[in-house]
Design a protein around this ligand. Structure first.
Ligand code: BTN
Length: 272
């Protein structure tokens, strides 16, 4: 069932903050997945910056084929972007920068784990799922899906935290949506105007300082260990391998490798 009132309330919040939203906004009480609803809408010609919001998802999806626990009280938001072909790889980073900036402004001490996990300490506050669709001219649109654990009325996975826990404040999911949308608009505009170095700098500023440290990237069923050196201009993570080669990781899950202290034992890995 969809309703006008929350969408209008969200628009009013954005306008009050000086960030009137230029696209259509659709709100649903219950959906399978906001990303799936917006992908259907995109196939029917939804404009850039169309947004879908739900109170609950019954089939919320995460990165790497995982599910996303979606009880009431949290934010489930998807936004349609139509980036230039060369900029598609930066959209996941844009999602991470926008979401982490919004949550930081709401009082959470967040860090970004490549490409876009928003963490408080080692626990996950928010996640971003970017899904692209290609046509004859390459990628035509990207649905950027954002889930924020705001004040869940139900259990979350063990490694998760919430905005309420992180800040001690009760903030409504609509207020979080307004903060995230304002940041998405800002960074989408920056990308469209070619200010990719600003986006990359903002991402680096918010990222966990793993540079120079040993990390492990799980890419499909492959494990790659190397020293994290940087991200490149297309948003890939760069790892220096023990044999001196450098590899670009374009998707996957990264975790820090902590070596057993000083006893020469084999490295142990620990996943966030
Ligand atoms: C992750 O695995 O970290 C990404 C989680 C993304 C969850 C959001 S909730 C809104 C949108 N709809 C979905 O089904 N997934 C994304």
């Amino acid at each position: 069932m969809s309703g006008e009132a929350p969408a209008q309330a969200l628009r009013a919040l954005l306008e009050a903050g000086g960030d009137a939203w230029p696209g259509p906004i659709e709100h649903h009480g219950v959906l399978g997945s906001t990303n799936d609803r917006l992908k259907d809408w995109a196939r029917q010609g939804a404009p850039a910056l169309a947004a879908v919001l739900a109170d609950v998802q019954e089939a919320g999806r995460g990165r790497l084929g995982r599910s996303w626990t979606s009880p009431p009280g949290n934010l489930y938001l998807s936004v349609l972007l139509r980036p230039e072909p060369g900029q598609v790889g930066l959209v996941p980073l844009l999602g991470g920068v926008a979401t982490s900036s919004a949550l930081a402004a709401l009082g959470a001490q967040v860090l970004l784990k490549w490409p876009n996990d928003v963490l408080v300490g080692e626990r996950k506050l928010a996640g971003v799922l970017a899904e692209a669709s290609s046509g004859a001219r390459g990628v035509e649109w990207v649905v950027l899906g954002i889930g924020v654990n705001v004040d869940p009325q139900g259990a979350l996975p063990e490694h998760a935290t919430s905005l309420r826990e992180a800040t001690g404040r009760v903030i409504s999911p609509l207020a979080v949506a307004a903060a995230v949308l304002a940041q998405i608009r800002l960074w989408y505009h920056a990308l469209a105007s070619g200010r990719t170095t600003d986006l990359l700098a903002a991402w680096r500023e918010r990222s966990i300082p793993w540079w120079g440290r040993l990390v492990e990237a799980r890419v499909g069923d492959q494990l790659i260990r190397g020293i994290a050196t940087d991200i490149d201009d297309e948003g890939a993570l760069l790892l220096a391998l023990p044999d001196g080669r450098s590899v670009r990781v374009i998707s996957g899950e990264v975790s820090r490798v902590r070596l057993a202290s000083g006893d020469g034992a084999a490295p142990r890995s620990r996943s966030d």
